[in-house]
Design a protein around this ligand. Structure first.
Ligand code: PLP
Length: 348
């Protein structure tokens, strides 16, 4: 990870220097530096220059309700003077987050009532999801756990592991959160080892956005740790071709070379990727770095993120266009996640 990060350091500095001053390449490529220098105060961003004062005040109120957190690396992929930049739109608080939305819910998937043990979400018979942590490197504005995660503390996983042990029909466990790869390596290792000891659990999956927002964290030691627990899949979350960088490609490549297939779950987001050209470039770009487009999600009706919803009608039209343009290995399934269903519902 060091090499692609150092090789692109100058390019990133052109974007990042106004905010972070002079940074050494060694620090920039250190994920701990990235975490400790992440932007949590939206008032610090020069992007605000062109935004009217009222909208800016509303966005700062939104940030008080739904915290902002952006890594310097992720911010360096954006043009800050453009509030419509697809990277910025995914991480910068917006006034629309506080608009009252009748259909939007704090917990649109009913996850809270699907927890047989603290931190364990079970909505399907044969797979379950562990909330490893509430922490993320970047707080996505469109997060479907936007309501669930605010204030969530990591649960003690003992009861969840005991539940999984008593339910051998659960054959796949997904580590999620928050971002599980932000957990201490010891915690990750202990959890993966405990899951591997359960006789019913055949496959493990990790949902993480770190390859996209903090690729330097995917270092040799972490990859080696993960590779000991195969069969293990990683699902990551690229939403726009601007996120496909040499650094993010290298993070995915390190996992793939260690025998960990990487797939992608994108979300259809108004103003970010709701165009056939953008999605075509995203999915073909993912194929180029050997990341399999897995799902394209319809954006959930989550409170504080409803302004990102494109709607199923337009979504279907976009998807028809994609099907005509893309090969099978570049084409994800266009799906809706809804409470009560036996799985994600195909929309195409
Ligand atoms: C999405 C999800 C899964 C995984 O579903 P797949 O279709 O296998 O990707 C498992 N558990 C929960 C709670 C989920 O939301």
């Amino acid at each position: 990870m060091r090499e692609p990060c150092a090789a692109n350091f100058r390019r990133r500095m052109i974007a990042a220097q106004p905010l972070f001053g002079r940074v050494r390449a060694r620090d920039w490529c250190d994920w701990r530096w990235q975490m400790s220098h992440s932007v949590t105060d939206p008032d610090r961003l020069p992007a605000w220059a062109g935004i009217p004062a009222a909208a800016r005040a509303a966005a700062i109120r939104a940030a008080a309700q739904y915290p902002v957190r952006i890594t310097p690396y992720y911010l360096s992929l954006a043009r800050w003077d453009d509030a419509a930049d697809p990277v910025l739109m995914q991480c910068l608080a917006a006034p629309q987050e506080l608009q009252a939305e009748q259909i939007a819910l704090a917990d649109p998937l009913g996850e809270r009532r699907s927890m047989p043990a603290p931190g364990l979400i079970r909505r399907y018979r044969n797979r379950a999801l562990l909330l490893m942590t509430g922490a993320c490197a970047v707080r996505c504005r469109h997060c479907n756990r936007k309501g669930l995660l605010s204030g969530q503390r990591p649960a003690r996983l003992g009861p969840a592991l005991r539940y999984l042990g008593a339910h051998p029909e659960i054959r796949e466990v997904i580590l999620s959160g928050g971002d599980p790869l932000l957990c201490k390596p010891e915690v990750l290792e202990r959890t993966l080892a405990a899951l591997r000891r359960l006789p019913g659990v055949e496959a493990l999956r990790i949902g993480t956005r770190l390859p996209v927002v903090l690729p330097m964290r995917v270092d040799r030691a972490l990859v080696r740790l993960l590779s000991r627990f195969r069969p293990l899949w990683v699902n990551t979350h690229f939403n726009h071709p601007n996120e496909l960088t040499p650094e993010s490609a290298a993070a995915c490549d390190a996992l793939i070379r260690a025998g960990i297939p990487v797939s992608n779950q994108a979300v259809l987001l108004k103003g970010v990727n709701d165009s056939a050209d953008v999605l075509e470039a995203l999915f073909n770009g993912l194929q180029r770095i050997m990341v399999r487009p897995y799902y394209l999600f319809e954006c959930d009706a989550v409170r504080g993120a409803a302004h990102f919803r494109v709607g199923v009608r337009r979504g279907r039209a976009l998807f028809r266009e994609l099907r005509a343009r893309l090969g099978g290995l570049s084409l994800p399934q266009y799906v809706l996640d809804e409470p009560g269903a036996a799985g994600k519902r195909p929309l195409a």
